[in-house]
Design a protein around this ligand. Structure first.
Ligand code: TXA
Ligand code: MG
Length: 303
């Protein structure tokens, strides 16, 4: 049985004992372990059924001990940090040896994020170790944005989930690779590529052929019910006779609200046992790019 708890000390104790805990963040809930403890990190891969080639994000309270974990930190990092952290952005930097290979999937780089969620920050202060945490879903499934949804994904696989309310951002962090000459956005999120460019001057497209961010793999964020993208939510004639549910993100008053509800609404629809879920894309700008990217990956590939 998995228990939802509010006791931060208990969560801290679990992490320091080498166990994994469901944790609230402002983006989506994570499954956290002491990033410096290889055996603890292995438990994350097991609970998620995640392939070992997919590296994890390391969460830190602030930059005070960053030098211990990352090497050759570029000026762009400090400029971006100043503007967007703590918050929903992850930086890929050259790594130092102290970070176990299991965390970075053997890469020479490490992804670091400074979350803004108060409870997560309090936990980071208490444990005083970096916390490796992927989203708290089983591999390939929708990221959870509430403690209850983590419980549905992880029941019986972990002991505790720390309650932290609904995730405010609702989609995973933007991942920006700063380990090369020019920054490259590996995963779109709340912080847009334009906002990053406004700080760094330029970004480049990620080099193809290399697994940069398996978050960019197709068939991610998938509901069990086949999801179909429609042009407009009112063009439904061709689905007449089918028992479908509608994911209408355009009903929210702005794209931030739409992002916040995306995974939550999708999960609720998925639980209803429809034949199909019909979804329309949102405006392809700002955080809308990140939303459409998630919808494209959740889409059923054979319809
Ligand atoms: O918002 C978030 O980022 C959430 C919360 C819990 O912090 N975490 C999250 O983790 O989404 P995960 O594991 O589901 O996605 C992490 C992404 C993956 O696409 C992974 O491939 C990429 O970050 N990543 C991690 N380390 C990397 C590295 N060294 N180089 C390139 N990509 C990396
Ligand atoms: Mg994930």
């Amino acid at each position: 049985m998995t228990e939802i708890i509010t006791d931060i000390d208990l969560a801290a104790e679990e992490i320091l004992n080498g166990n994994i805990v469901g944790l609230p963040t402002e983006t989506v809930y994570g499954l956290g372990a002491n990033a410096l403890n290889q055996d603890a990190v292995i438990k994350i891969f097991e609970a998620k059924e995640r392939p070992r080639f997919n590296p994890l994000i390391v969460h830190l309270f602030d930059t005070e001990e960053l030098d211990k974990y990352a090497d050759e930190i570029p000026q762009n990092f400090f400029k971006l940090y100043e503007k967007f952290s703590p918050g929903p952005i992850t930086y890929v930097l050259k790594k130092k040896k102290i970070i176990p290979d299991i965390v970075t999937a053997g890469n020479e780089t490490v992804a670091v994020r400074f979350p803004s969620h108060n409870i997560f920050r309090e936990l980071l202060k208490k444990v005083n170790v970096p916390i490796a945490a992927p989203s708290a879903n089983r591999f390939g499934r929708i990221s959870p944005t509430s403690a209850e949804d983590v419980k549905k994904e992880m029941d019986g696989r972990i002991k505790y989930i720390l309650e932290g309310g609904f995730s405010d951002v609702g989609i995973e962090s933007t991942v920006v690779d700063l380990s090369g000459e020019t920054p490259a956005v590996l995963r779109h999120g709340f912080v847009s590529e334009e906002e990053i460019q406004s700080v760094t001057g330029e970004t480049i497209k990620p080099e193809s052929g290399k697994i940069h961010s398996p978050g960019m793999l197709l068939n991610h964020y998938a509901p069990t019910t086949p999801l179909v993208i429609v042009e407009h939510i009112n063009e439904l004639e061709k689905f007449e006779g089918k028992n479908y549910g509608i994911l209408d993100l355009n009903k929210y008053h702005d794209l931030k609200e739409a992002a916040k509800h995306l995974f939550f609404d999708l999960r609720r629809l998925d639980e209803k046992g429809f034949e199909l879920i019909l979804a329309a894309k949102v405006k392809d700008e700002g955080i809308g790019i990140a939303i459409n990217d998630r919808l494209e990956k959740a889409r059923h590939k054979n319809i």
